[in-house]
Design a protein around this ligand. Structure first.
Ligand SMILES: [Fe+2]
Ligand SMILES: [Fe+2]
Length: 293
């Protein structure tokens, strides 16, 4: 770390996908299918990659405080940034290009289609396919000027103690909430098994999209969207003490979704044109013609 990132300032990752590539290093296989010879995260040798990801998490864990999340919710949940027809929002999202190699990386639409097509190929209901297709639309936050650490990265509850099962837990020492008595106990401002509905999560693309589409999709779809980056829970079970019975039921869907998100990336680009008629009908079936951001 250090000098090499100074001019990158707030945006250490070359692309948002660098975070997702790193997830693949941490979780090389789907839940329940892990082989005995687990690839240890710290054995990863591409030092520059690890440094950019480390710096990204240093920022994320330092600045995602309870107050920060309150401020972002106040700012974004007014939905006064932009009104866009759905397909314009997709085009807008696809303007999100960064310094990554354009020859090897898929654009946002391609990742979304690979996720949703893998879900469709397995014969899941159409709302599940739609969930795969839209799940990362909240990344438009980047285009509204938010730093990477407030858009992507593993999410976690704020207002209670940070679990040491969250990636790079040592960086939470830099987070003012970890010195704050209101927020640094096991339950913090919450109660045992109070349910995630009452729990405020770190701010990012999951919560933002959930809030945009919450009136239009079935509940399992909403859990998948809202908690797909909550690895500390869906892969580690670190916050079992905050979940209620209903959350546990719904997290079966989050578990079902995760492999499609993480392991559906293939180097062959999907045939966007051929797929469009199906997705146009699907979007029209569930979502309003104009979406508010
Ligand atoms: Fe995502
Ligand atoms: Fe994704």
């Amino acid at each position: 770390m250090g000098a090499q990132f100074e001019n990158k300032g707030n945006q250490p990752l070359k692309s948002l996908e660098e975070w997702e590539d790193d997830l693949l290093v941490r979780y090389p296989e789907p839940k329940g299918k892990q082989s005995k010879t687990k690839v240890a995260y710290r054995n990863y040798t591409d030092s520059e990659r690890v440094d950019t990801v480390r710096e990204f998490y240093r920022l994320n864990h330092t600045f995602q405080t309870y107050d920060f999340v309150c401020a972002k919710e106040k700012e974004y949940l007014k939905f006064d940034k932009r009104e866009m027809p759905f397909w314009e929002a997709i085009r807008f999202l696809n303007t999100l290009v960064d310094d990554s190699d354009p020859d090897t990386d898929l654009d946002q639409l391609q990742h979304l289609l690979q996720t949703s097509e893998a879900i469709r190929a397995d014969g899941h209901p159409d709302w599940f396919v739609l969930t795969g297709f839209i799940h990362d639309m909240g990344k438009v936050l980047c285009l509204f000027g938010e730093p990477q650490w407030a858009v992507v990265g593993d999410t976690f509850p704020v207002g209670c103690r940070h679990s040491d099962k969250i990636v790079y837990p040592e960086f939470f020492d830099l987070n003012p909430d970890s010195q704050d008595e209101r927020y640094n106990s096991k339950y913090g401002i919450y109660e045992s098994q109070c349910g995630l509905e009452k729990v405020m999560m770190s701010w990012g693309h999951d919560e933002y999209l959930y809030q945009i589409v919450k009136d239009y999709l079935p509940e399992p779809a909403l859990y998948m969207i809202r908690y797909h980056s909550f690895y500390a829970q869906h892969r580690e079970g670190a916050y079992d003490h905050l979940l209620n019975a209903h959350d546990r039921e719904m997290f079966k869907w989050v578990d079902k979704f995760n492999p499609y998100d993480l392991y559906s990336k293939v180097p062959v680009a999907p045939d966007v044109k051929a797929l469009m008629p199906y997705y146009e009908d699907l979007v029209a079936k569930y979502l309003p013609p104009v979406m508010r951001f």
